[in-house]
Design a binder for this molecule. Structure first.
Ligand code: PLP
Length: 396
């Protein structure tokens, strides 16, 4: 019998990291700018090459990368930034942190941006777009880039959950002006905390490098963008949100494992999705045709259930050993836009609200084996049947 799988532990950190961390602990060389070949600098080179981008800047978190991207775009105070209403609270927060104003866009039942609402809201008042590929679901990037390019509006990609995802064979994070990734736990590559941005724009890269904390002439330890750097010397604030050498030492050996994690993550997701789709009460929205996903979790919608039945479904799944959150039904959920009270009053977004009230989220790490995946799928399908087929008496 398979026990309920542990979906919370990440994969062990590769042994190479331990050797490098021991070396760093011995030398005490923990600051990225003490040497040119520091682990953070090496990570930036390797990550840029892996993604096919010209420049990479490693920082403290994906949120810091998003914030720096907006700052590096030189947006004025009060600039309006379109952002999908289905994302993590840290994403609109990064916009607020950059002294800009988030403008929320509707997201549909398939977790992707509602393109009618996007087009309507992308008016002359919008200065930038931040596309959050929430839980690795890619919106219609052809349409988004065409609309934004036609209006000369820069696109920042929040690719926190999209490391390894492609769109028409191109890496997510390379489609917009800048792409931001997270190495926080529960991501494809895990160092507890950490983030990185990539771009082909030399001026944007130079500005972000300086503002991340490359004070004085520390920018010389980055690929030399001499002209861009000297243009910005002493003209930008230093937000000091650099990456630590120990973080880079944790990330670097995991990059070699990315193809395996992406392959296994997709296989696991599709294996479970096929079983969930057999249930009349559960459905997994398919990806858009140009998208190849790299999931480490699964999202699915409840069909035909009211609020009480939806809550009973999560309880039944929990009794069967599988934890599910319904974004809109768990109290204070940071992915439900109505909990982002720090934004002040917002217009309602009925489509996104409707989706969030029935959209379920379950972790599905790439390391799970087939019997563990079957356990999860059986528990979810069984929980829906418990509630909807009247096999269990609730409330007694
Ligand atoms: C969609 C999304 N974007 C950005 C972030 C921020 O990442 P970080 O924790 O590295 O700041 C998160 C955090 O999980 C997220 O879920």
């Amino acid at each position: 019998m398979v026990l309920a799988p542990n979906v919370y532990d990440a994969e062990p950190i590769p042994a190479d990291a331990k050797v490098e961390i021991e070396r760093l602990l011995q030398s005490g060389d923990l600051f990225r700018y003490t040497s040119e070949d520091a682990p953070v600098a090496l990570l930036e080179r390797e990550f840029a090459e892996l993604m096919g981008a010209k420049y990479a800047l490693a920082v403290a978190s994906c949120s810091a990368a998003l914030f720096l991207s907006l700052k590096a775009l030189g947006l004025p105070r009060g600039a309006r930034v379109l952002v999908p209403a289905f994302t993590f609270a840290a994403v609109p927060s990064s916009i607020v942190h950059a002294d800009c104003v988030p403008v929320l866009v509707e997201v549909g039942e398939n977790y992707r941006i509602d393109m009618d609402d996007f087009e309507t809201k992308l008016d002359a008042t919008i200065d930038a777009v931040m596309i959050s590929h929430m839980r690795g679901h890619t919106s219609d990037m052809d349409a988004i880039m065409a609309l934004a390019d036609a209006r000369g509006i820069p696109v920042v990609e929040d690719a926190a959950h999209s490391l390894g995802t492609t769109w028409r064979g191109r890496n997510i994070g390379t489609l917009g002006r800048v792409g931001c990734f997270s190495f926080q736990s529960y991501k494809m590559v895990n160092s507890g905390e950490g983030g990185i941005l990539i771009t082909d724009d030399a001026d944007l890269a130079a500005r972000a490098v300086i503002m991340s904390g490359a004070y004085e002439h520390n920018w010389k330890k980055h690929p030399v963008l001499q002209d861009a750097f000297s243009r910005w010397q002493n003209k930008l604030p230093l937000y000091n949100t650099r990456m630590h050498n120990l973080t880079a030492a944790l990330v670097r050996p995991q990059l070699a494992q990315l193809p395996r994690r992406v392959r296994d993550g997709l296989r696991n997701h599709d294996h479970v999705a096929r079983q969930l789709d057999q249930s009349p009460w559960l459905s997994v929205p398919p990806p858009l045709p140009p998208e190849r996903r790299a999931p480490d979790s699964i999202q699915f919608n409840l069909a035909g259930m009211d609020d009480l039945q939806a809550a009973q479904f999560t309880e039944a799944a929990s009794r069967r050993g599988v934890s599910v959150q319904i974004f809109g039904l768990t109290q204070d959920n940071a992915r439900a836009f109505w909990n982002w009270k720090f934004l002040g009053p917002q217009p309602d977004l009925p489509k996104t609200r409707h989706m969030l009230m029935r959209a379920c989220d379950t972790r599905l790490p790439a390391r799970l084996k087939t019997d563990e995946l079957d356990f999860i799928a059986d528990a979810l399908v069984g929980a829906a049947a418990d509630v909807m087929d009247g096999q269990l008496a609730f409330g007694t």
